[in-house]
Design a protein around this ligand. Structure first.
Ligand SMILES: O=c1ccn([C@@H]2O[C@H](COP(=O)(O)OP(=O)(O)O[C@H]3O[C@H](CO)[C@@H](O)[C@H](O)[C@H]3O)[C@@H](O)[C@H]2O)c(=O)[nH]1
Length: 514
């Protein structure tokens, strides 16, 4: 099974939901609203993130947004993931309204080493199917805890944890599913799928015009395996179908986007998606951008922030390079990145996961103080927000794109897997906040040579096109902030959602569901 399969699940789920079109048009899209202030009764929302950083982090941001609205939040996770969650929420001003409950992650799952409870720690992403199926063993523990919790307004569960729907139904609690994607990638994928456009061209690089969006052209290479196949099957397919079924039967879906960013695509999913999507992002704006990584020695600044401070004092612009929490990059490609960064002559901060070769130490020796290479976990938002950072080479994981938008930093898009090729098209062609790396054969999934990287890095950091996208990303960043500020579109939608699940829950209680 290809290592990237699991994230494509999100795409198929969208497809299925779209194909079950419903007519439920919600008033929340138009109405401003505010939350009821009732000191005797606080809504209580349970969050259950999937054990993968790209899925967990946005739900922790949602937790912040909820507690600042006077809502009590309980987060479910597993023991090994609890410290990360606790650390992310450490700076939350209303942190005492958040509880974390950890459940025992199952042992003896074939292929999963003992103690590995997060996908970014898996020895290989090919173990993803076993990992995700193992989470089903959490169900009895989850239900026991839910029983003890008592009054819960709703459960926001990652879509991959499909079994939480059965738990929610047992207790008569509305469930909302969360997928970390935008509306663009879902809408494009749906459109080419229902219109069977993917199987037109002979080549995987042949252009396909997207029905309903005639200005967009994609290739089969923009879509991940197995969704390029006509008849996907097997245990992984079964897992997908379960996730789909549970999402379709949930109360709603939370989407990490905002209306002003992609109105045409949000309108599309509003019309065709079941259950109702609620666009409440960018969730990363719940995070206080000014906070620093806490260091073990008690100092407030990490070595990379200190280095960025120095670059700022020297009047240098810095390129940030990072590919999310779990991209697997070949040694050959790492060598080309290294050479490209060296030859580009820009100042760079490269955050690397899982590099076993000596590429990094050699690069460090060659570039000296011009570059910093970090292999630890960083506070990415803090880096992007740093005044010296003026460009981001990114795999276009949706969280990274949103964080870059909010920090006003243009992107050099280098998609690697999952829905990232579609996100990259959105970034470059639709919202025009970035440029794209050049692959050696022009294919979406082609190898990027040092020259191709160097050329586009220079264009982003010093060229005219770089200037244009830098200006544009700042405008989009301002719109993002307005969306989550009081009275903004996402602010209103989140308030309306809370009001709605509260009344649904109260009605359920008065009808004797509990
Ligand atoms: O050292 C690090 C590394 C990562 N991050 C954060 O980790 C998250 C990573 O998320 P993302 O940029 O979306 O990348 P992935 O981890 O690759 O995300 C997965 O999940 C996303 C949301 O579903 C999808 O868009 C991607 O395709 C999929 O790979 C972001 O919030 C980063 O700020 C850090 O804070 N520090």
């Amino acid at each position: 099974m290809p290592i990237t399969t699991h994230f494509s699940t999100e795409l198929l789920i969208y497809i299925y939901m779209f194909t079950h079109k419903h007519k439920h048009i919600q008033s929340h899209k138009q109405m401003a609203s505010s939350l009821p202030v009732d000191s005797t009764h606080r809504p209580h929302i349970v969050l259950f993130p999937f054990m993968s950083k790209g899925h967990t982090i946005p739900l922790l941001h949602l937790a912040r947004m909820l507690v600042t609205r006077g809502i009590t939040v309980t987060i479910f996770t597993t023991k090994a993931n609890k410290p990360f969650i606790a650390q992310v929420l450490e700076t939350c001003p209303d942190g005492n309204s958040i509880s974390i409950i950890h459940l025992p992650f199952p042992n003896n799952i074939e292929g999963i080493p003992h103690g590995i409870e997060s996908t970014d720690k898996l020895p290989s992403m090919s173990l993803f199917p076993q990992f995700v199926i193992a989470t089903k063993h959490l169900q009895p523990h989850f239900e026991m805890s839910l029983k003890n919790l008592g009054n819960v307004t709703c459960i926001v569960s990652d879509g991959f944890l499909s079994w939480t729907l059965a738990s929610a139904n047992k207790f008569g609690i509305p469930r909302l599913s969360f997928y970390g994607m935008n509306a663009y990638s879902g809408a494009v994928q749906h459109s080419v799928n229902v219109n069977q456009s993917l199987w037109g061209p002979e080549s995987d690089d042949g252009l396909i015009t997207v029905p309903g969006f005639p200005w967009i052209q994609i290739t089969r290479n923009d879509i991940d395996y197995p969704f390029t196949q006509r008849n996907p099957s097997g245990p992984f397919h079964d897992f997908i179908m379960e996730s789909i079924a549970s999402s379709v039967n949930s109360y709603g879906t939370i989407v990490n986007t905002f209306h002003e960013l992609e109105p045409r695509f949000i309108d599309y999913i509003n019309r065709k998606m079941k259950p109702t999507p609620w666009c409440v992002g960018p969730l990363c704006l719940a995070e206080p951008f000014g906070c620093s990584d806490k260091q073990p020695n008690g100092s407030n600044s990490s070595k990379w922030i200190t280095w960025l401070d120095q670059k700022l004092l020297q009047g240098c612009s810095v390129l940030y390079v990072a590919f999310g929490s779990q991209a697997e990059i070949s040694t050959q490609q790492m060598e080309a990145i290294s050479k490209g960064l060296e030859q580009s002559e820009v100042n760079f901060l490269w955050v690397v996961r899982n590099c076993e070769s000596n590429v990094l130490s050699e690069l460090g020796d060659k570039v000296g103080d011009r570059g910093m290479i970090v292999t630890e976990w960083v506070n990415q938002m803090e880096i992007l927000k740093h005044e010296s950072v003026n460009g981001f080479v990114s795999h276009c994981g949706w969280n990274s794109v949103l964080e870059s938008i909010c920090a006003g930093v243009p992107i050099l898009a280098w998609p690697m897997m999952a829905e990232q090729p579609l996100n990259a098209r959105m970034v470059v062609e639709e919202i025009k906040i970035g440029l794209r790396v050049e692959t050696c054969d022009g294919s979406v999934r082609g190898f990027v040579k040092a020259d191709g990287l160097k050329k586009m890095v220079k264009e982003l950091m010093e060229g005219e096109k770089g200037k244009e996208v830098r200006k544009r990303v700042k405008e989009v960043g301002a719109a993002a902030k307005a969306a989550v500020a009081d009275g903004g579109s996402s602010w209103r939608t989140l308030n309306e959602l809370i009001n709605e699940v509260e009344s649904v829950r109260n009605k359920g209680k008065s009808d004797g569901e509990m």
